[in-house]
Design a protein around this ligand. Sequence first.
Ligand SMILES: *Cc1c(COP(=O)(O)O)cnc(C)c1O
Length: 230
Amino acid sequence: MHVFGHPVDVDGLLGIVHDFGVPMVEDAAESLGSFYQGVHTGTFGLLGTLSFNGNKTITTGGGGAILTNDAQLARAAKHLTTTAKVAHRWEYRHDQIGFNYRLPNLNAALGCAQLEQLPDCWPRSAAFTSATRRRLPRCPEYGWSLNPQLAAATIGFKRCLLDHALAGERDEVLALSNDAGFMTRPIWVLNHRLPAFRDSPRMPLPVAESLEQRVVNVPSSAQLAMEPVQ
Ligand SMILES: *Cc1c(COP(=O)(O)O)cnc(C)c1O
């Protein structure tokens, strides 16, 4: 999963899946417009998925897309996501357990229009990110910085990482910045802290737990004004 538009270590993962002989499926829901070594995220694995939900780079209101170069898999996915109905002149027969996951045509039309906006959206978003990066270090009272490892071509990026020393003060940073009119957000509550998964088996999760304490997302929409509104 290319979280917040930040590509994962694709080469590392490809090495592991190759060693174990398992197919790689990429969750690129947040990384439309992000490239790893010049190649778009979601196109390295056997399958990749995009989301067009309302909070993503482009939206169709809901739904998404599957990316694959495997024609047989593409046909199978289309069949399963459209109720597995066998084509016939009049008969309603389903040959597998199928799902009604189709993107309705009206939503798809919205998506086509949104796709045309993408070329404008990318540079605007990248410019906003670098403007944010320039502005944030001037807020020393927040004690934060944008992640310097950001690949220049990554646009979905909006993650700030608090210094380790500030790990306990994330909620104060969120309160202060929201009070000041910046719509900052934390990372998700980790699954193993949710009631449904509390008793599930797990390994020690020190990295995830540290990030949960320290990630603060800043707004990154291409629609945002470049300078704060006075
Ligand atoms: C939004 C999102 C999803 C879910 O996408 P939907 O279109 O809402 O089903 C899955 N994975 C990631 C990483 C996401 O950001």
